[in-house]
Design a protein around this ligand. Structure first.
Ligand SMILES: [Zn+2]
Ligand SMILES: [Zn+2]
Ligand SMILES: [Zn+2]
Ligand SMILES: [Zn+2]
Length: 352
């Protein structure tokens, strides 16, 4: 596995280079004769520029990210699925007609169509592997990061009997050969086994709780976009907020922040996001709600589900901040790097 992986990566990136040259020859000839000459003679540097230009052309008009699922208005302006739904939801809440952010023509599920060519082209454009920084076409990145990258974080195969080792995949074999854990006695590994037992019991409890919630009478879910903002403090802080959404005949927003219990968040490897649910409308009686953030249909958020509870009233409209249980730090950085965070929020109302 380890020996074959880099070869595969090589071929993939070569193919990628080839297809880019094809593009320069055919599609982009009319733009600038001069830049075409540059592209051929200067190689790498110029290709990079072509990719950047393509990103600029194929990106979503709202968030400027490359769309995985792409919609277009009747005049051909592009929006990623997350932003498209966001615009429609905003308009519905304000009781207005949704319009294209570029040309102001009306947009709806009926008047807009997918643009498969843009989706495919965007999936061919390169992105960096988060572990080894190698550039690969977007549609190959999951496979690479999960199975082929030599830098991907890996655990020792004796983790089940208590080995805490985690490191890059290319060091795994050497570690496992010298790992002390397989030589420990049954007595010594009991603690590790008990920890595993506890984890699986906790997990089972969580899933039983979620299944129980699914039989509640009042359940809603909303696919939301958290967008970055800055506070107006002297030293501004980054925070995220969704626009208003409605559930249980009330208006809500979701807020998120980077946890700043550490002095300099850029120096910390323990970076996490927390979120809170805020009630924006008046309520005649206290409103007890359980809520849970999940990966939405348009995002790449990787979270392990956690259910939180809060009783909202007119005096108490903001829930506590709860950690968004992302899988790891890299996952959190990936969220911070993208311009919006897509999340599905499920709400359960406790009947009193
Ligand atoms: Zn977008
Ligand atoms: Zn338009
Ligand atoms: Zn990699
Ligand atoms: Zn080990």
């Amino acid at each position: 596995m380890a020996d074959r992986a880099p070869q595969r990566i090589q071929t993939e990136s070569l193919q990628d280079d080839d297809s880019n040259k094809e593009n320069t020859n055919e599609d982009f000839e009319p733009v600038k004769k001069k830049s075409k000459v540059d592209l051929i003679s200067k190689g790498d540097e110029a290709e990079h520029k072509l990719e950047e230009r393509l990103c600029g052309i194929l990106c979503c008009a709202v968030c400027l990210d490359l769309p995985r699922i792409c919609y277009q208005c009747s005049n051909g302006h592009l929006m990623c699925a997350g932003c498209f739904n966001h615009l429609l939801a905003d308009a519905r809440l304000k009781d207005e007609t949704a319009t294209c952010p570029n040309c102001r023509c009306e947009i709806s599920k009926a008047t807009c169509s997918r643009n498969l060519a843009v989706e495919k082209a965007a999936s061919e454009l390169p992105t960096d592997c988060q572990y080894c920084q190698q550039q690969l076409p977007r549609h190959l990145i999951c496979q690479h990061e999960g199975h082929h990258c030599l830098e991907r974080p890996s655990s020792c195969k004796y983790t089940r009997i208590g080995c805490p080792w985690r490191g890059p995949f290319h060091e795994l074999k050497e570690h496992e050969e010298s790992c002390a854990h397989p030589h420990k006695t049954g007595n010594e590994i009991m603690d590790a086994l008990q920890a595993i037992d506890k984890r699986s019991t906790d997990q089972l409890k969580l899933y039983e709780e979620i299944f129980a919630l699914l039989s509640y009478e009042k359940i809603t879910f909303n696919d939301l976009q958290l967008r970055p903002f800055r506070t107006d403090d002297f030293i501004t802080k980054l925070f995220y907020e969704t626009s208003r959404f409605s559930s249980f005949q009330h208006q809500w927003v979701l807020k998120a922040r980077v946890d700043h219990d550490q002095k300099d968040p850029t120096q910390s490897s323990k970076r996490t996001l927390s979120y809170q649910l805020v009630l924006k409308s008046r309520t005649s009686s206290p409103l007890k709600v359980l809520f849970m953030a999940l990966k939405g249909p348009y995002g790449d958020l990787k979270v392990t589900p956690s259910v939180y509870e809060f009783e909202f009233s007119n005096d108490s409209t903001e829930s506590d901040y709860h950690q968004l249980p992302t899988v790891d730090v890299l996952e959190c950085n990936k969220l911070l790097a993208s311009k919006t965070i897509n999340v599905r929020l499920v709400l359960f109302q406790v009947q009193q």
